[in-house]
Design a protein around this ligand. Structure first.
Ligand SMILES: *[C@@H]1O[C@H](CO)[C@@H](O)[C@H](O)[C@H]1NC(C)=O
Ligand SMILES: *[C@@H]1O[C@H](CO)[C@@H](O)[C@H](O)[C@H]1NC(C)=O
Ligand SMILES: *[C@@H]1O[C@H](CO)[C@@H](O)[C@H](O)[C@H]1NC(C)=O
Ligand SMILES: *[C@@H]1O[C@H](CO)[C@@H](O)[C@H](O)[C@H]1NC(C)=O
Ligand SMILES: *[C@@H]1O[C@H](CO)[C@@H](O)[C@H](O)[C@H]1NC(C)=O
Ligand SMILES: *[C@@H]1O[C@H](CO)[C@@H](O)[C@H](O)[C@H]1NC(C)=O
Ligand SMILES: *[C@@H]1O[C@H](CO)[C@@H](O)[C@H](O)[C@H]1NC(C)=O
Length: 351
């Protein structure tokens, strides 16, 4: 008998399981499933990774069906041997597969998660991550300065019942820049996650040549999803609002001066990283009036009539005395970059 056909056959047999699931991290594997196909499913072969000595005794496999919120974890026996085959076609096939020896000691486990690439209706929908309607991305990042630290935000769908949820934000493999992100924290009321990231060894004054690419891994129970985004820090800078906004009158009382300071979080060298400011002066109470009338277009238009805008590069603005007793708002932006305007900082003059 010739050897080649046999070798070919064994290659085919072993190639399928390797392609069917990919490793997310130790003990966690993802199976990509196109749910729109009626004849779908992937054969995944799980190996009981343990020493030969441990594998000597009879190995058996169990699958957990954990009830979140109740500590009872029930284990269902699913097979014997050092390998276990699973035909994965839907969520019930995912889960934690554990191999144990005769004494019921844990030898190894593999957690199989499902990534529903295409749903039953043929859509590329996501069930955990929610797309940001304005930005058309699943997550976005903002930096308060050029120092290399930034914060990323993403929204998730509301859970109908509490389930295990895990989020990991990290730089993609092979990224040139060295970025480390914290464990994400959840604002449960808004269903928004935030994670702080920091570039290690970045150059504050240098030109950014390579962008940063981050991947977000989202796990909810047996479901897996991911999203990626790429950016330059210079394009995600959004300063904090100017601070210590205050007003003083000149001795001659012919003018009033509005003053403020750079936000404390801004890079300390203001000569290297100058800000520009945008000042808005309006009748006190105008903002409240406007928001109360937003459904009446003609009134809203009229109420913005007395509003004045000024662009300045300094941290003060001298105004005619007639501007006393109004409401003042100042926002900041990097003077030379293409960054976003900060939120407004407001001051109401009571005279
Ligand atoms: C993953 O497993 C390998 C081999 O067992 C081990 O060397 C490595 O430290 C593990 N990594 C993590 C992050 O636990
Ligand atoms: C494996 O098990 C057999 C039968 O129980 C025993 O004879 C043998 O010594 C064991 N080998 C190892 C390496 O433990
Ligand atoms: C899977 O089960 C093993 C015990 O068999 C446990 O140690 C491990 O934490 C479980 N992993 C997950 C992700 O549930
Ligand atoms: C998903 O598919 C359904 C049926 O094919 C279609 O009506 C719906 O618009 C699709 N939704 C999206 C978000 O593409
Ligand atoms: C995101 O998920 C897809 C499909 O499961 C996978 O092919 C891809 O490698 C994942 N991306 C990253 C960066 O892990
Ligand atoms: C201040 O405003 C008043 C009234 O509009 C005007 O008469 C006066 O010339 C203005 N003064 C300055 C310094 O602009
Ligand atoms: C800016 O304003 C938005 C919307 O009001 C708010 O969600 C956000 O927290 C503010 N950011 C800062 C840095 O104050």
């Amino acid at each position: 008998m010739d050897h080649p056909p046999f070798i070919l056959l064994s290659l085919v047999l072993f190639a399928i399981p390797l392609e069917a699931a990919w490793k997310l991290k130790n003990n966690t594997y993802i199976v990509d499933i196109d749910m729109s196909k009626p004849k779908r499913g992937e054969m995944v072969i799980l190996k009981c990774e343990a020493s030969e000595k441990q594998l000597n005794s009879s190995v058996h496999w169990e699958k957990s069906s954990t009830r979140y919120n109740s500590n009872s974890e029930s284990w269902v026996p699913v097979g014997y041997g050092t390998e276990h085959q699973v035909h994965v076609e839907d969520f019930p096939d995912g889960g934690n597969y554990t191999c144990r020896n005769q004494k019921k000691e844990i030898l190894h486990y593999s957690n199989l998660l499902i990534n529903e690439i295409i749903d039953k209706r043929g859509n590329y929908s996501k069930q955990i991550l929610k797309e940001h309607s304005d930005r058309k991305t699943f997550f976005y990042c903002e930096a308060k300065t050029y120092s290399g630290s930034f914060t990323c935000y993403w929204q998730v769908t509301k859970q109908l019942k509490p389930q295990h949820e895990e989020m990991v934000l990290k730089q993609t493999e092979g990224g040139v820049r060295n970025v480390i992100c914290s464990r994400p924290s959840l604002d449960e009321i808004r269903s928004v996650y935030a994670a702080n990231c920091q570039e290690i060894g970045g150059c504050l004054h240098g030109e950014e040549i390579q962008g940063i690419t981050l991947v977000l891994h989202a796990i909810r129970n047996k479901r897996y999803e991911n999203a990626t985004t790429s950016f330059f820090i210079r394009n995600i800078v959004k300063p904090d609002p100017p601070q210590n906004l205050r007003m003083s009158s000149s001795s001659k009382k012919s003018s009033v001066t509005l003053q403020w300071e750079y936000p404390e979080s801004w890079n300390t060298q203001h000569t290297f990283f100058p800000l520009s400011f945008h000042v808005k002066v309006e009748e006190a109470g105008e903002t409240q009036k406007r928001s109360a009338r937003t459904h009446e277009g003609n009134l809203r238009k009229r109420s913005t009539k007395g509003v004045q805008y000024y662009n300045v590069d300094t941290t003060s603005l001298t105004l005619n005395r007639t501007n006393a007793g109004k409401a003042y708002h100042v926002q900041a932006r990097d003077r030379y970059g293409d960054s976003s305007w900060s939120n407004w900082s407001s001051y109401k003059h009571s005279m």
